[in-house]
Design a protein around this ligand. Structure first.
Ligand code: URA
Length: 183
């Protein structure tokens, strides 16, 4: 069981990322929202701005959620698996994910009845605990001890992979629609 006080997150020094980050990117939006979006880790823009998903991939993600779920950014809580930027945007390490985990667990506990949209395999595995490739897990309702929701591709993969990835993300988001919008 995690027992962290989220008021301490902005000054966290639990792992080495504290030495290279500019800001802890806690998350934005209503903490008790119906939908919680979980990404991988902040990039350069997020580290500077202190908010998750404000760079190019975030703009794509926000647009797809708006178009498929009819939810504006202010309607959901959005955060990352790891709250501090890894240097040069390298993938977060296993021990960084583990050390940061109680913060995400606590955010998910606060949003107890929320549906979770995990983007990318790092977030999907952290939230739902599956093993194996994202392609096998995407677009189906997943549950874990604390959460239910789906995993889909990370929007950065869509920026690299083009329209076929965007099409799959849209399909996946439609699976969430009845749970989030109620129809
Ligand atoms: N990618 C992520 O996973 N999270 C962000 O906040 C920005 C880019």
């Amino acid at each position: 069981m995690s027992s962290v006080d989220l008021r301490e997150l902005p000054t966290c020094t639990r792992c080495a990322l504290a030495a290279t980050r500019q800001r802890v990117v806690v998350g934005s939006g209503p903490t008790n929202a119906r939908l919680v979006v979980v990404g991988e880790a902040p990039g350069r823009h997020e580290d500077e701005g202190g908010e998750p998903f404000i760079g190019r991939s975030g703009q794509l993600l926000v647009r797809l959620i708006d178009e498929e779920l009819e939810l504006g950014r202010e309607a959901y809580f959005i955060t990352n698996t790891v709250k501090c930027r890894p240097p040069q945007n390298r993938p977060p390490r296993r021990e960084e994910i583990a050390t940061c985990r109680p913060w995400l667990d606590e955010q998910l506990r606060v949003a107890a009845n929320a549906v979770v949209l995990a983007v990318g395999n790092v977030a999907g595995r952290a939230v739902f605990g599956y093993a194996g490739p994202l392609a096998n897990a995407r677009g189906q309702l997943l549950t874990s001890e604390r959460s239910r929701g789906i995993v889909t591709y990370h929007p950065a993969a869509a920026l690299r992979g083009g329209s076929s990835v965007v099409t799959m993300m849209r399909e996946d988001l439609r699976v969430l629609r009845p749970l989030v919008v109620g129809s």
